[in-house]
Design a protein around this ligand. Structure first.
Ligand SMILES: [Zn+2]
Length: 374
């Protein structure tokens, strides 16, 4: 039977999450650990890294770091802080969203207007579509290859341009409940952790009769000998500075005046500021609900409970109200992109419906067990 964390409301059906003997999830325990961290010391550690920049041989003297950048509040607030608070010249690298939208384009443009150099990389549309179709069917996740792309491209560019650091945003496995391979991976991006947990496979293995190895160039991670050309370190910003998606949003609202959000709120949740720049994201989160029984409102509210920005009771109400809302806003665009009709979509969705957590009554699927019925 599904259990819910006693502090946040995350169910234990979330992949790789663990609960302690008191029924508290590891994301909540991690957030308690964060209260003990001396963030001043972490900042000093960060400043030391910056002061070491000068000592790095053969490096690009014009760019200091790469920021993998969607144009959203998280990556934009990191880029903004690196430039304006720490005096660095970051190169912002975007791996094109699967289905770009106007909000993402707008937000990327205004950051460029503030004085950032950017690279927008668009992989072959036919291949990205084939991969998205395949993983939507096989794993109920149209973004598997895209995830590989955002992990590989910024590193390749950093090596190519001889830029010593890549600043990723947050370490998702510890922040949101997952499995850490080792403590060091809170600070340094551990490729094995990313491949095993996020992507689940090496992109080289995706070759088939329609997709060649060369087609997969944007997704394949650099080989060891490429790393030997120039040493790049991939670090998590969340190790050095306390991570909060709400505070990132507040920061961006204050410092990037023209930053756009969704007018009312995003489908399936109560927030209007998170994960806005790919039309396929709404479906991605909906499929998480189908596969694991937690929707986007649960996801958002757990993060806010852990940062003391919401109570558990409020979160329960949000989950009840929004979690099972169908993402209609970009649904037609997603069907067009995946080249399927509504029936085919429903069929695939139901293939991924976990019958340990769902039951059907009078042709309607219901969760067997919810946090609000307890
Ligand atoms: Zn929890």
């Amino acid at each position: 039977m599904v259990e819910f964390c006693k502090i946040c409301i995350m169910p234990n059906s979330r992949p790789r999450i663990t609960f302690d003997k008191d029924g508290i999830c590891n994301a909540c325990n991690h957030s308690k650990d964060k209260e003990q961290i001396n963030w001043e010391l972490r900042k000093e550690e960060f400043l030391e890294i910056l002061s070491n920049l000068k000592k790095i041989k053969n490096r690009n003297k014009l760019y200091d770091c790469v920021v993998p950048w969607s144009g959203g509040k998280d990556s934009s607030s990191i880029a903004h802080k690196l430039k304006f608070n720490f005096g660095l010249n970051p190169l912002l690298v975007t791996f094109s969203p699967l289905i770009p939208n106007e909000i993402g384009e707008h937000n990327r443009k205004i950051m460029s207007d503030l004085g950032f150099d950017t690279i927008f990389f668009k992989p072959k549309e036919n291949i990205s579509k084939l991969l998205s179709q395949r993983f939507f069917k096989e794993r109920g996740n149209p973004k598997v290859a895209w995830d590989a792309g955002i992990n590989s491209l910024p590193i390749k560019i950093a090596i190519e341009y001889k830029i010593p650091y890549v600043f990723y945003a947050e370490h998702g496995e510890s922040e949101y409940g997952g499995l850490m391979l080792n403590k060091e991976s809170l600070k340094r991006r551990d490729l094995r952790e990313v491949i095993e947990h996020q992507i689940g496979d090496y992109p080289q293995n995706w070759v088939n009769e329609k997709i060649s190895l060369k087609d997969l160039a944007p997704y394949v991670y650099p080989e060891k000998d490429e790393f030997n050309k120039f040493k790049v370190e991939a670090l998590y910003f969340s190790y050095f500075f306390k991570w909060s998606m709400l505070e990132n949003f507040e920061y961006i609202k204050k410092n990037v005046k023209k930053f756009k959000t969704i007018k009312d709120r995003t489908d399936g949740t109560f927030t209007n500021f998170d994960s806005l720049d790919d039309k396929i994201d709404n479906i991605y989160y909906y499929l998480q609900f189908v596969k694991f029984g937690f929707g986007r409102a649960t996801r958002d509210s757990c993060r806010m409970i852990q940062n003391k920005q919401m109570t558990r009771d409020e979160a329960i109400q949000k989950a009840k109200k929004y979690d099972n809302e169908f993402p209609n806003t970009y649904f037609k665009d997603v069907l067009n992109f995946l080249e399927i009709n509504q029936n085919q979509f429903d069929e695939i969705v139901n293939l991924h419906r976990n019958d340990e957590i769902w039951e059907i009554k009078n042709n309607v699927w219901n969760l067997k067990n919810t946090v609000y019925a307890q």
